[in-house]
Ligand binder design. Structure first.
Ligand code: ZN
Length: 87
């Protein structure tokens, strides 16, 4: 260690502190995003596979939707039902 430098231990401690603070900020955003994502996924994965695409109603095996378009279509329908509905 070169004489006159800040002791390595202090630098390490400071770096760790900065990293922790930085992580904490990031973590907040991540948790928020991941929670939303997990909720969406849980809702979706709780849907039984009915043999038909939830989006367009065409037969499908092993999946809920053919593709992103069908999924969007389904989610649009769900959210409009939620807005108008109470049913
Ligand atoms: Zn479809």
């Amino acid at each position: 260690m070169v004489r006159g430098q800040v002791p390595a231990g202090i630098v390490d401690y400071f770096c760790i502190w900065v990293l922790l603070v930085d992580d904490a900020d990031r973590a907040d955003a991540d948790v928020e995003r991941l929670t939303q994502e997990a909720l969406r996924n849980r809702k979706r994965s709780s849907m039984p596979m009915c043999g038909c695409c939830y989006g367009c109603g065409e037969p499908i095996t092993g999946r809920l939707f053919h593709d992103a378009d069908c999924r969007d279509e389904y989610e649009r329908r769900q959210s409009s039902r939620g807005r108008n509905g109470r049913a």
